[in-house]
Design a protein around this ligand. Structure first.
Ligand SMILES: C=C(OP(=O)(O)O)C(=O)O
Length: 573
C-alpha cells in the first residue's frame, strides 16, 4: 500500500499552466481495464480457433468501440476550440481499423474480447513509446479509450471524472482528453497529474480553460482523496495540508491576479511607465513561434539541449542551423538569447560523451563538456553564427550564453570563441563563484543571465530534484536574493564604464511577486515560460519601480524564504 503524505509535505512536478489552487483533492476514477473477474487471456499454446467466438468477439468490440466513439462525437459537438478537436480526434482513434484488426488477431489466439482489447492497445502503446515524443504522449489517450470500451463491454458506467460537490483539485495518474475536455473551471480549481508531459492533451486543454496545472508530479499517489492541498503550478509544487489561512489568502490573491492576466496583452511596463523587458523561455521552433505570437518582447532563454534530448548522435551542422534560424527568425527584430548545450546532470545528452558520475549536478555539465570534447561547443557556435547570418538584421550577431561557468578563465575563453565568430557572448550566473567575484567576470562578457534554479541549488547545497528539500531550493531564499543584488549592482557600474544587462531566466522570474522583487534588485530583464508571461506582465503593471525596490528591501531583510514571500505578498496586497 502507498504510504500517505504527511501534513506540510511538498510534491514536485512540472507546472504547465501557472497559478495557485487550494482545496480538497479529488482523484479521477480510473478502474483498471482488467479489474473484476479476469477475462481469459490468450493461451500460450493456442488450440483450434473457435471461429464463431472470434466473430462474436469482433462484433462486440466493434459495437462497443462505435458506442464510445459516438459519445465522444456528441461531447465534441458541445465543446469548442481545442477541446472539440481533441474529442473528435479520439472518436476517430476509437474507430481506427488498425486497432480493430489487432483485436481480431488477439481473439484468434483465443483471448476473451476484453483481454484482446487490452492486449491490442498495449501493443500500440509499446510502438508509440518506442517512437517517443508526442506520439508517446498519445498512449494515455489510447489507454483511456480502451478503458471506456472495456467498461462498455462489461455494461459498466464510463470511467472518468468524479462528481465535484464543492470546488477542488483534480488528481490523476494521467488525464484522458475525454476527461479534460468536459471540465468546469468553476469546480476544478487545479489539475495535477502524476505522469504526462508539457505537450500532453491535459496541458493543452488546461491552458485553454485557464486551470492551473502540473504534470509529472512523482509521488502524487500518496495524497489521499479529500486531503486539502495547495497547488503552486508556477513553482511546480503541491503542498499537502498547508497552513489554511496563508494558503487560502495566496490562492485568492492569485485568482485576482489571473483575472488581471486574462486581460493583459503587453507590452510590459510598470505602473509608473518604466518599461520592462519581459522575454520568453523556449526550447524549440514551435515554442519560439508561439512566444512571438504573444506579448513576449523576445527570447531570454533558448534551452538548446532540450531540443536534442532524444538524439543518440550529435545533430549535424545543417540540422542545427535550421533549428537556430527558426528560433532566431521568430523574433527577427528583437533579442533572442541562445544557451549552449547544458548537457549533464538531469539532462544527459547521449552524444556529449559523459560517463556516469556519483554526483552529476556537481560534475561534468554545461560548459564543462569542453573537458571531454571542445569540438561540441565549437560546432554549436559555428551553427549559431551561420543561423544568425542567414536570418540577418538584428540577429546577425546572435546573443549566446554558456551554462555552468565557474571561473574567469572559462568566461574569457567562451567569450573569445564567440567574438571570433561574430556572436555576442554572455554567461549564466548559476554557480555562486560567478556572483561572488562578478566584477572579475564583467570585463569579458556583454550580458549576464541569472539561472535561479541552479543558483539556488548551489547556494543552498540542496538538490533541486529532491522533494524533501523543496523549502531549501525555494528561490525566495534571502541568501540567493542577496547574491542577485550583488550581481545587479556590479553590472550596473561595470569597471570599464559599460552597463551590462542582467536578466533572470530561472523559475523565480515566473512568480509575479518575486518578479517585482527582482526588478527592485536591479535586474534588467525577466524571462519566463510563455504561459506565465501574462501573469508576470499584469503583476508588474500594478506596481511602481519604487514599490519594487521596497519589496526587494523587505525580502532581503527576511530570515527565511517563507518570511520573505509572505512579507512581500502582504506588502503587495
Ligand atoms: C534557467 C536555469 O537553467 P535550467 O534549464 O537548468 O533550469 C536555471 O538554472 O535557473
Amino acid at each position: 500500500m502507498t504510504q500517505q503524505s504527511k501534513a506540510g509535505a511538498v510534491i514536485r512536478g512540472t507546472g504547465v499552466v501557472a497559478g495557485l489552487a487550494h482545496g480538497p483533492a479529488r482523484w479521477v476514477v480510473r478502474p483498471d481495464a482488467l479489474d473484476g473477474p479476469a477475462p481469459a487471456a490468450a493461451p500460450d499454446t493456442p488450440g483450434a480457433v473457435d471461429q464463431e467466438a472470434v466473430e462474436r468477439g469482433r462484433e462486440r468490440f466493434a459495437a462497443a468501440a462505435a458506442t464510445v466513439a459516438d459519445r465522444l462525437d456528441q461531447r465534441a459537438a458541445l465543446a469548442t476550440g481545442v477541446s472539440a478537436e481533441v474529442l473528435t480526434a479520439n472518436a476517430v482513434l476509437a474507430r481506427d481499423r488498425g486497432w480493430a484488426k489487432e483485436v481480431t488477431k488477439e481473439l484468434k489466439k483465443g483471448a476473451a474480447v476484453e483481454a484482446a482489447a487490452v492486449a491490442a492497445t498495449e501493443s500500440f502503446a509499446a510502438k508509440f513509446a518506442k517512437i517517443g515524443g508526442r506520439q508517446a504522449e498519445r498512449i494515455t489517450d489510447l489507454r483511456d479509450l480502451c478503458a471506456r470500451v472495456v467498461a462498455e463491454l462489461r455494461g459498466l458506467p464510463e470511467p472518468g471524472i468524479p462528481a465535484f460537490d464543492e470546488p477542488g483539485i483534480l488528481l490523476a495518474d494521467d488525464l484522458a482528453p475525454a476527461d479534460t475536455a468536459g471540465l468546469d473551471p468553476a469546480l476544478v480549481l487545479g489539475i495535477v497529474c502524476e505522469q504526462g508531459g508539457p505537450t500532453s492533451h491535459t496541458a493543452i486543454i488546461a491552458r485553454q480553460l485557464g486551470i492551473p496545472c502540473m504534470v509529472a508530479a512523482g509521488g502524487l499517489s500518496a495524497v489521499a482523496d479529500g486531503t486539502r492541498v495547495l497547488v503552486d503550478a508556477a513553482a511546480g509544487t503541491v503542498t499537502v495540508e498547508p497552513e489554511e489561512g496563508p494558503a487560502a489568502a495566496a490562492a485568492e490573491a492569485d485568482r485576482r491576479s489571473r483575472a488581471a492576466a486574462a486581460t493583459w496583452t503587453g507590452p510590459a511596463a510598470l505602473a509608473d511607465g518604466h518599461a520592462v523587458s519581459l522575454l520568453a523561455n523556449v526550447q524549440d521552433g514551435d515554442g519560439a513561434e508561439a512566444a512571438a505570437a504573444g506579448p513576449a518582447a523576445g527570447i531570454g532563454l533558448f534551452r538548446t539541449e532540450l531540443a536534442f534530448l532524444d538524439r543518440a548522435d550529435e545533430p549535424t551542422h545543417d540540422e542545427q542551423v535550421a533549428l537556430y534560424a527558426r528560433v532566431l527568425g521568430a523574433f527577427s527584430d528583437a533579442r533572442v538569447v541562445t544557451r549552449t548545450l547544458d548537457a549533464g546532470s538531469d539532462k544527459p545528452l547521449a552524444f556529449a560523451g559523459m560517463t556516469e558520475e556519483d554526483n552529476p549536478a556537481l560534475g561534468v555539465r554545461g560548459i564543462r563538456v569542453d573537458l571531454l570534447d571542445r569540438g561540441l561547443l565549437d560546432r554549436q557556435l559555428d551553427a549559431l553564427a551561420a543561423a544568425g547570418r542567414q536570418v540577418g538584421g538584428a540577429q546577425s550577431s546572435p546573443w549566446v550564453m554558456a551554462p555552468m561557468v565557474a571561473t574567469v578563465h572559462e568566461a574569457r575563453d567562451f567569450a573569445d570563441r564567440c567574438r571570433g565568430r561574430g556572436l555576442t557572448p554572455g554567461i549564466m550566473v548559476e554557480v555562486p563563484s560567478v556572483a561572488v567575484a562578478v566584477d572579475r567576470f564583467l570585463p569579458h562578457v556583454d550580458f549576464l543571465s541569472v539561472g535561479t534554479n541552479d543558483l539556488t541549488q548551489y547556494v543552498m547545497a540542496a538538490d533541486r530534484m529532491s522533494p524533501d528539500l523543496a523549502a531549501l531550493t525555494d528561490p525566495w531564499q534571502p541568501a540567493v536574493l542577496r547574491l542577485i543584488r550583488t550581481v545587479a549592482d556590479a553590472a550596473g557600474r561595470s569597471p570599464d564604464g559599460r552597463s551590462i544587462p542582467v536578466g533572470v531566466c530561472g523559475e523565480a522570474a515566473a512568480d509575479p511577486d518575486l518578479a517585482c522583487v527582482l526588478l527592485g534588485l536591479g535586474v534588467t530583464s525577466l524571462s519566463v515560460a510563455t504561459a506565465a508571461l501574462p501573469h508576470v506582465g499584469a503583476a508588474l503593471a500594478g506596481v511602481t519601480l519604487q514599490q519594487c525596490r521596497e519589496f526587494a528591501r523587505i525580502a532581503l531583510d527576511s530570515d527565511t524564504a517563507r518570511d520573505a514571500r509572505d512579507a512581500v505578498r502582504a506588502a503587495r496586497g
